[in-house]
Design a binder for this molecule. Structure first.
Ligand code: ATP
Ligand code: MG
Length: 332
């Protein structure tokens, strides 16, 4: 089976349904056809300021949501990034073969640092893409499912792997970004031209995976639509309804066309009410399972420790080869 690596930051109390539709659902499907490795990337999270107690809790909650959404820790490898020491170790080596200008051209860094100013921007944020490259290359991952926004970072990973291989001998597999199709992008319910996101959306516009079912239903019912009353997919003209159609289509596993036909001549009220039921049916059990996992943190920590052991067995071997290739003296 081809090896796959993907990860998500522990950056909020709950993931939002865009994370589920855009990432977790794909992961769940791909774990069957792949040797899949899924990581909660806490070392990436600290490139911006975090509250220590909240970070620890968010890391557990994120892992619990992966499992509740269908990531099977027996079938896949599921672990916390900071539990496998080789990640920052390889990242350091990759830093030493990355050009300063090359790293400075990363658009995510440019955008974020421009917003914050260079003194508020950490060196950690600058080095973020090389840590991400280490995450991927340690496991010789072939497939890396990511959002469009991560394409450039996977490109850099490929460049660094190629550079290392040509300088020090064949070591890394060159990975490939698997970018999800455009239909899987979910927008804010209140401002349907903005992406739904953990940090950039208003609470009313986001459906959190851990929201109470009645709350999610309410948010769907008060989602922004338009006044022509026709359930029709038209992203430019009807962004609100189109977004709801996308969510419905993915969660109920039905085509947009069949939904348009079903709701032809019926009002938005019916459509929203039935979509709310689909959302509740999908996320009710996921929420319940997450809360159950969080109720026994010792057991959850054991699952993550087992995952870290599996991951470290692969990562440590890669790091040992890298250290040897670049000429570090092995400890006697
Ligand atoms: P943040 O605001 O912290 O960036 P986020 O909600 O955008 O949070 P990320 O951690 O950036 O989440 O992304 C995690 C995964 O979820 C990525 O694979 C990303 O492509 C996917 N994702 C995030 N938001 C959406 C969305 N609105 N629609 C589809 N996929 C999404
Ligand atoms: Mg994001």
């Amino acid at each position: 089976k081809p090896r796959l690596f993907s990860g998500m930051q522990p950056s909020a109390d709950s993931l939002q349904i865009g994370n589920y539709i855009g990432a977790l659902l794909q992961w769940k499907q791909m774990q069957v056809s792949h040797d899949a490795i899924f990581c909660v990337v806490d070392l990436h999270a600290i490139t911006v300021a975090q509250d220590p107690a909240e970070l620890r809790e968010a890391t557990r909650r994120t892992a619990a949501q992966y499992i509740a959404a269908g990531i099977d820790p027996e079938l896949s490898t599921l672990f916390v990034q900071s539990h496998v020491l080789a990640h920052p170790q390889l990242a350091w080596v990759l830093n030493t073969i990355t050009g300063f200008g090359e790293a400075a051209r990363m658009t995510q860094f440019k955008d974020k640092s421009a917003k914050q100013g260079t003194d508020a921007t950490t060196v950690g944020l600058f080095a973020y893409p090389m840590l991400m490259a280490a995450d991927i290359l340690l496991y010789n991952a072939v497939d890396v499912p990511v959002g469009e926004d991560q394409r450039q970072h996977v490109e850099l990973t490929r460049d660094l792997a190629t550079r290392f291989n040509s300088r020090f001998g064949e070591t890394f597999v060159i990975p490939e970004a698997q970018i999800q199709k455009a239909t899987a992008k979910i927008y804010d319910l209140q401002e349907p031209t903005n992406k739904m996101s953990k940090s950039a959306s208003t609470d009313k516009g986001v459906i959190w995976m851990l929201d109470e079912p009645s709350k999610s239903a309410k948010k769907i019912k008060s989602a922004t639509t338009d006044s022509d009353g026709e359930v029709r997919y038209d992203v430019a003209g009807k962004p609100g309804i189109s977004n709801l159609l996308t969510i419905y289509s993915v969660l109920a596993d039905r085509s947009i066309e069949s939904l348009e036909t079903e709701y032809a001549g019926r009002g938005y009220g019916d459509f929203k009410k039935e979509l709310a039921e689909v959302v509740v049916e999908t996320f009710g059990p996921i929420r319940a399972r997450t809360l159950e996992l969080l109720d026994d943190p010792a057991e959850l920590d054991r699952i993550l420790a087992k995952g870290a052991d599996k991951a470290a067995a692969i990562a440590d071997a890669t790091l040992a080869t890298v250290y040897d290739r670049i000429g570090l003296l092995p400890r006697a």
